[in-house]
Design a protein around this ligand. Structure first.
Ligand code: NDP
Length: 339
């Protein structure tokens, strides 16, 4: 059985969803209440591959909200993620994806040192960040969207916002070795890590986002920000492709301008309907078929019987592993979303 540990994007979102799911007692509550709410299994899932194979899974809502990080409630965030992992393990789930901020909290707070959760010793091999598949899908979105919107990659500049992160660094490695892109711009806050990445890649210009936006034909957004940032669309090149892989979204600006194409980054579409209700809640346009690529990674590991932490740690994703998960993604009927 596979599992997905997820969370909602804000307190307002959580209140609306609780109402929808029939958890009326959660719908009226404030952040304090969500801080003390235990994890819950809120969905049973059945997925059929295009090969005909069928698997079953569970969705575990951790009750973590990004406001907990913004409001300096690090200890609460840690408790939420550890409790959700223990819940998944107690339920006997073989391989569970840590969606959105779950894996970021795991790494930031060094939770591999805190594996005893009450009477449960967490078995790390039962969990995956799902970031290898996410990085692969974002790279495929770059390649397919550039073809669709007439951007020649050999003449293109690509800016990666969140370049030093787990997903961002993997995307940079793929773009460097598997595509012919002309220029790569690396954006993040910590300069030491940017310089280290630049040295590993042997290329890449380090810039702030305001400097990078007017130069980029394609922007990949994979920064871990609790809230999206405002950007000025008039500074963008035309045409320009913006692939927003953040959860919550990295860009808070709604852009509807000619020749600016915004793509829901890190999202896959399955070839067959999935029997679940959870994706309606996170506002997918085709909720029976669209999902986060990290969640799809746990499905792929279950389909293949690879019950192992395929994606783990930070900045260790290899291009070879991206290709490996990519092959089984295609085999089972997942495609990158190009909206
Ligand atoms: P990491 O924590 O590994 O990396 C985050 C990166 O963002 C770092 O480079 C960090 O560098 C940078 N960053 C953070 N804040 C800012 C800022 N204000 N401006 C510029 N750069 C910033 O995160 P992951 O790679 O694991 O995840 C990245 C994003 O992808 C998250 O939003 C996550 O929720 C989302 N995600 C989406 C998935 C999907 O299936 N679609 C799956 C998993 C994650 P620095 O701190 O130096 O600025």
């Amino acid at each position: 059985m596979f599992g997905l540990i997820g969370h909602l994007t804000s307190l307002a979102h959580a209140q609306a969803v609780a109402k929808d799911l029939g958890f009326e007692e959660y719908a009226e509550q404030d952040l304090e209440f969500w801080c003390s709410a235990p994890p819950q299994i809120v969905d049973n899932i059945k997925v059929t591959s295009i090969t005909g194979q069928q698997i079953e899974g569970r969705y575990v809502e951790s009750c973590f909200l990004p406001e907990m990080l913004a409001g300096n409630r690090g200890k609460t965030a840690v408790r939420k993620i550890l409790n959700a992992m223990a819940h998944a393990q107690k339920y006997g789930i073989d391989i569970t994806a840590l969606g959105g901020f779950s894996s970021i909290i795991f790494e930031t707070f060094n939770l591999s040192q805190m594996r005893q959760v009450r009477n449960i010793q967490l078995e790390i091999e039962r969990f995956t960040t799902g970031n290898t598949h996410t990085a692969y899908i974002i790279c495929r979105q770059v390649e397919e969207a550039s073809r669709k919107y007439g951007i020649d990659l050999s003449k293109a500049t690509i800016a990666v916002c969140g370049a030093t992160g787990d997903i961002g660094s993997a995307v940079c490695r793929w773009l460097d070795t598997r595509t012919e892109i002309k220029d790569l711009i690396l954006v993040a806050r910590n300069q030491d890590r940017l310089v280290e990445l630049q040295a590993q890649l042997g290329r890449g210009k380090i810039m702030g986002i305001e400097q990078a936006l007017p130069l980029a034909d394609i922007v990949v957004w994979v920064a871990s920000m609790p809230k999206g940032m405002e950007i000025d669309p008039s500074t963008l090149k035309r045409p320009c492709i913006l692939i927003d892989g953040g959860y919550p979204k990295n860009m808070s600006t709604q852009i509807q301008q000619p020749e600016v194409y915004v793509i829901n980054g890190g999202i896959v579409e399955h070839s067959l309907d999935i029997d679940w209700k959870i994706m309606k809640i996170v506002n997918m346009s085709t909720p029976a078929r669209q999902l986060f690529a990290c969640f799809a990674e746990s499905m792929l590991l279950e389909f293949e019987g690879w019950h192992t932490n395929f994606s783990w740690g930070r900045n260790q994703i290899t291009v070879e592993n991206m290709e490996k998960i990519g092959r089984v993604s295609i085999k089972h009927g997942f495609k990158p979303l190009i909206a």
